[in-house]
Design a protein around this ligand. Structure first.
Ligand SMILES: Nc1ncnc2c1ncn2[C@@H]1O[C@H](COP(=O)(O)OP(=O)(O)OP(=O)(O)O)[C@@H](O)[C@H]1O
Length: 202
C-alpha cells in the first residue's frame, strides 16, 4: 500500500499509510478502538476505496470484483455474508468450487475448525463462535496468496486461539502473506513479523 489516506467527512482515519508485505510474512495492524484498522483492511481487499493512495497485490490494483484479485486474496473481515439457505458444509463446498477447489478439502477444514457437529446447520442457527469458525473455514477451503483477517481471535475459545496461532504459522510457512488486525498482544507476539501501528483513540 502506498500513501493510503481515507477520510470520513472531516475525520481523517488513515493518513498516508505505506507498507509492503512480502510472501510468507505476517503483519499485524494494531491500534485502539476506532483507529482505522478495519478501514485499512477494507481498503486492502477493495471493499472500500481510499481517498488517496493505492493498494497493489503482485503489482495489480486490488478490486473486490476483479477475478484476479479474488483468486489471490482470502479475507475474513466479519461474520456476515453467508448464504442463509446453505448449511455449513454446503457453504464451504460452494466457496471451494467457486475458487477452483485448490485449497484443503471441505471435510479436512470442517474437522480442523471443529465444525463437525454443525456441518448441517444453517448460519442463522450457529453460535457466534461457530460463525467465526465458519468465516475462517471459508478462507482455508480456497487457494490464497494473501490472507486478510480482522480480529480473527474474536469469540474463539482458548483451544480455538491456540489453533489459530498454529494455523497462521503454517500459512506463513506455505508462503502466504497475512495481514491481520488484532487486539490480542499474545497472538501478535506469537505470529507477527511486522507491526503497522495506526491512530490515536477516537
Ligand atoms: N462508513 C463510515 N462512515 C463514517 N465513519 C466511519 C465509517 N467507517 C468507519 N468510520 C469511522 O472510522 C473510524 C475507524 O473505524 P474502524 O472500524 O476502521 O476502526 P477499528 O480500528 O477497526 O476499531 P475497533 O478496534 O473498534 O474494531 C471510526 O471513528 C469509525 O467511526
Amino acid at each position: 500500500m502506498r500513501g493510503l489516506t481515507r477520510r470520513f467527512g472531516k475525520l481523517a482515519v488513515l493518513e498516508d499509510v505505506s507498507f509492503g508485505l512480502p510472501e510468507g510474512r505476517l503483519a499485524v495492524v494494531v491500534g485502539p478502538n476506532g483507529s482505522g484498522k478495519t478501514t485499512l483492511l477494507r481498503c486492502v481487499v477493495g471493499a472500500d476505496r481510499p481517498d488517496e493512495g493505492e493498494v497493489l497485490v503482485r503489482g495489480r490494483r486490488c478490486y473486490e470484483t476483479d477475478p484476479e484479485t479474488r483468486a489471490l486474496l482470502a479475507a475474513a473481515l466479519d461474520d456476515i455474508g453467508f448464504f442463509p439457505d446453505l448449511s455449513v458444509a454446503e457453504h464451504l463446498e460452494l466457496v471451494a468450487y467457486a475458487h477452483g477447489g485448490a485449497g484443503a478439502t471441505v471435510a479436512e477444514v470442517i474437522a480442523e475448525l471443529g465444525l463437525e457437529r454443525a456441518r448441517d446447520q444453517l448460519p442463522a442457527t450457529l453460535s457466534s463462535g461457530q460463525r467465526r469458525r465458519l468465516a475462517l473455514a471459508s478462507c482455508f477451503v480456497r487457494p490464497r496468496r494473501l490472507l486478510v483477517l480482522d480480529e480473527p481471535e474474536q469469540r474463539l475459545d482458548a483451544r480455538g486461539r491456540e489453533w489459530l496461532a498454529d494455523r497462521l504459522l503454517r500459512e506463513k510457512a506455505e508462503g502466504t502473506a497475512v495481514l491481520m488486525a488484532t487486539h490480542d498482544a499474545e497472538l501478535a507476539a506469537a505470529v507477527a513479523d511486522d507491526r503497522i501501528e495506526i491512530g490515536a483513540a477516537a
